[in-house]
Write a protein that binds this ligand. Structure first.
Ligand SMILES: O=C(O)CCC(=O)C(=O)O
Length: 279
């Protein structure tokens, strides 16, 4: 479970790792099933999926409901967000997919939404990485405390300074001095998560996928290939509906399924059983 010190850490740093949340059996089952979904082409069950990202996971693959939404997991989500947290319709699986630096509020900020700046607004991603995060990547990299600083990713990147260009040449593009990426000089951390840990992060935390350091992404061996399962939750106040309105207006293909989406019966039952909200 999460203790007071964990909650304080989450509040200050904008992320938290809870070790050993998935059982070994569930972890192996999820890895195998997800690899099968991609290798067999079953991911094409929804036209909104790609061979890298599955959206609206619970509707197409309800077998993941019991594993990723159980009493222990919801108990911890409630410790962070309070009673009746809202599961947003954004459950996703990333497969060999690596994102660059962003906040999960960057797009809404760019589109002119401001509800995430309200003091009572809080949304989190709850991720399960199905491999250790190590030199082959496979987890999350964050800027500690960046949920408290302005979103710089809404603006086009300024040209790199001379010192940054030199550092990049020497060190490669590995956040060296990062004057355009990290002007607030947050500490950058590759989160030391192990397969089956739960990684929680604030939507406003600057983050990206941890890239493999020793090989190219396409050279990561299959047994270590990156698979991550994400649930987005909101505190139970107007944030959830405002966020829903925002994603309903997002133009990307990934979000078009929301317009005709029906809530899955198993998911509704699970929400009733564990006292959380689905919209
Ligand atoms: O795939 C990852 O590790 C990063 C996930 C991410 O950027 C996101 O869920 O917003």
């Amino acid at each position: 479970m999460i203790n007071e010190a964990d909650l304080k850490f989450f509040d200050e740093m904008g992320y938290l790792v809870v070790p050993n949340v998935l059982t070994d059996a569930d972890l192996q089952l999820m890895r195998k099933r997800i690899k099968d979904i991609f290798s067999s082409g079953e991911y094409k069950v929804s036209p909104f999926n790609t061979d890298r990202v599955l959206s609206d996971v619970y509707n197409a693959f309800p077998e993941f409901i019991d594993i990723t939404l159980n009493e222990k997991i919801l108990g911890m989500i409630k410790q962070v967000l309070g009673d009746k947290p809202v599961l947003m319709p954004e459950t996703a699986i990333h497969h060999k997919w690596y994102t660059g630096w962003h906040k999960d509020t960057t797009t809404q900020e760019k589109m002119g939404y401001t509800f995430h700046h309200q003091p009572e607004s809080l949304m989190i991603e709850c991720g399960f990485y199905l491999q250790d995060n190590d030199e082959l990547g496979g987890g999350l990299t964050v800027m500690e405390g960046s949920h408290k600083t302005t979103d710089l990713y809404t603006k086009p990147r300024p040209p790199k300074s001379l010192s940054n260009r030199i550092a990049t040449k020497i060190l490669g593009d590995k956040d060296p001095l990062g004057d355009h990426l990290n002007p607030n000089h947050h500490k950058i951390v590759d989160i030391d998560s192990k397969a089956g840990d739960m990684v929680i992060f604030n939507f406003k935390t600057n983050h990206r996928a941890t890239f493999p350091r020793t090989v190219k992404p396409e050279e990561v061996p299959e047994e270590k290939s990156k698979i991550a399962f994400f649930n987005a939750f909101s505190v139970n106040n107007s944030t959830a509906n405002e966020y829903l309105e925002f994603i309903l207006n997002r133009p990307e293909p990934f979000y078009q399924n929301l317009k005709t989406r029906k809530l899955n019966e198993n998911l509704l039952n699970k929400a009733k059983q564990l006292d959380f909200t689905v919209i």
